[in-house]
Design a protein around this ligand. Structure first.
Ligand code: GDP
Length: 438
């Protein structure tokens, strides 16, 4: 885990910030002898960022004469240990000469630093925050450690300095194929569609039929973009010839869904939304994948516009958990609709990867709360403070506040539906975690 040091002259509020970031957990007092004797360390969390935090405030009670030297040594040691530094000034007082030697140490270290203008509750101390620019440590983040204001902004500033927990430091490789599973009930037309996409002979290259029922993957390219297709049907070529008694194997479907980033649930448009279809969609939701609904055998449909309207309405009603998933009519047999299908696949993939800035989220959150405030539940005042996106693939948000355990599910649903609309996130599951105490 990364280490963050809180640095600054006495009385700017370092301990208060430390306590807020460490939360209810007791701060550990490091009692090793030497320089580190007075320093406090703790496990901190902000949003989904977890880090070790070092407070250099331990000496503020010390006598004046011994103070500066020890404090300097302690600050040097903390800076040395840290990956990121939070440099704190008092926004109400502005920058004092006493801030400068500490700022100088931080600057000399060359380590990433976030300048914090503390005690800025209720918008106080903006002049002081402005003043802090003169330290040459970048743009100050105004916050109030005591009142818990501005923590979302601190999160926003810290996040890019931390390794992304999602990608484990891995860069998105443009040559990495998009992983797409095509799942659906037997006879929905999966094999026919895949054959049409990749070319007839390709399916025969899968592992020996009938021996394993693992899904197989096929490398394909759509408009120059690499795609890996996961198929639960390819192995059944022979089974079909022998005897068509297969059922939908949930284990097969689940395996394909897990491999995939985007799942195409293929329906037979002449018998759409059967129970099995809905359980496959549930699987996609549970596994957090992006969803596209393919309406296959569209060539057999007489009233095409009528049925499309009806099925889109049905999809919205039956699949609220992945609201707005694209519904694409096609015919694997005739080879129609593959382009629109793949366009939809790439589009939901983009949505699945979307990241929304904390600033935008909180602006939206305020409006959503104003329009429909959370209810008081048996006298408990629920307070939602702020929100951040902690992950993508699929979008995952954390809501921070007080008494959130009393927040009705209907309210969370209200927020999720509203996020989906406001930030245009159709066809992907949206996760929300509730966090208290920050
Ligand atoms: P799977 O079990 O999902 O792999 O389904 P298959 O690809 O084996 O197809 C089942 C049956 O539906 C076969 O008889 C196909 O010829 C037929 N079929 C598949 N796609 C279409 C289509 O787009 N239109 C029509 N009319 N029939 C199709």
């Amino acid at each position: 885990t990364p280490t963050v040091a809180i640095v600054g002259r006495p009385n700017v509020g370092k301990s208060t910030l430390f306590n807020r970031l460490v939360g209810k957990k007791l701060a550990l007092v490091d009692d090793r002898p030497g320089v580190t004797r007075d320093r406090r360390e703790g496990e901190a969390r902000l949003g989904d960022l977890e880090f070790r935090i070092i407070d250099t405030a331990g000496l503020e009670e010390a006598t004046e004469e011994s103070l500066l030297g020890r404090m300097r040594a302690q600050t040097e040691a903390a800076i040395e240990d840290a990956d990121v530094i939070l440099f704190v000034v008092d926004a109400r007082v502005g920058v004092l000469p006493a801030d400068r030697p500490f700022a100088e140490m931080v600057r000399r270290s060359g380590k990433p630093v976030i300048l914090i203008a503390n005690k800025a509750e209720g918008g106080a101390g903006m002049a002081g925050a402005y003043d802090a620019f003169s330290l040459g440590l970048g743009e100050p983040v105004p916050l109030s450690a005591e009142h818990g204001e501005g923590m979302a902004d601190l999160f926003e500033a810290l996040m890019p300095l931390f390794p992304d927990p999602d990608e484990d430091g891995e860069e998105e490789d443009p040559n990495k194929p998009l992983q797409v599973a095509i799942v659906g009930r037997p006879n929905a037309g999966k094999s026919t569609l895949i054959n049409r996409m990749v070319g007839e002979d390709r399916l025969l290259t899968g592992p020996e039929a009938g021996i394993t029922r693992d899904s197989i993957s096929l490398d394909w390219e759509w408009r120059g973009k690499p795609v890996k297709l996961f198929d639960t049907a390819g192995l059944r070529k022979r089974a079909r010839v022998e005897d068509k008694l297969e059922k939908l194997s949930v284990a097969d479907a689940l395996r394909a869904v897990r491999f995939a980033e985007v799942v195409v649930v293929l329906l037979d448009a002449t018998i759409p939304f059967e129970k099995q279809d809905l359980s496959i969609v549930d699987l996609v939701e549970q596994e957090g994948r992006a969803l596209v609904i393919g309406l296959n055998k569209w060539d057999l449909v007489a009233d095409k516009p009528g049925l499309l309207t009806e099925l889109k309405e049905k999809a919205a009603r039956l699949l609220p958990q992945v609201k707005g998933a694209p519904v694409v009519p096609l015919s694997g047999l005739a080879g129609n609709g593959i382009d629109p299908l793949m366009k939809a696949v790439f589009q939901v993939y983009e949505t699945w990867n979307r990241r929304i800035s904390t600033a935008k989220l909180n602006q939206w959150l305020q409006e959503a709360i104003d329009a429909n405030p959370p209810p008081a539940v048996s006298g408990r005042r629920i307070k939602i403070r702020y929100m951040t996106q902690v992950k993508s693939r699929p979008p995952h948000f954390a809501i921070f506040g007080n008494q959130l355990d009393a927040l009705p599910k209907s309210y969370t649903r209200y927020l999720v539906n509203n996020i989906r609309e406001a930030f245009d996130l159709p066809g992907v599951p949206i996760r929300v975690s509730l966090r208290m105490g920050q």
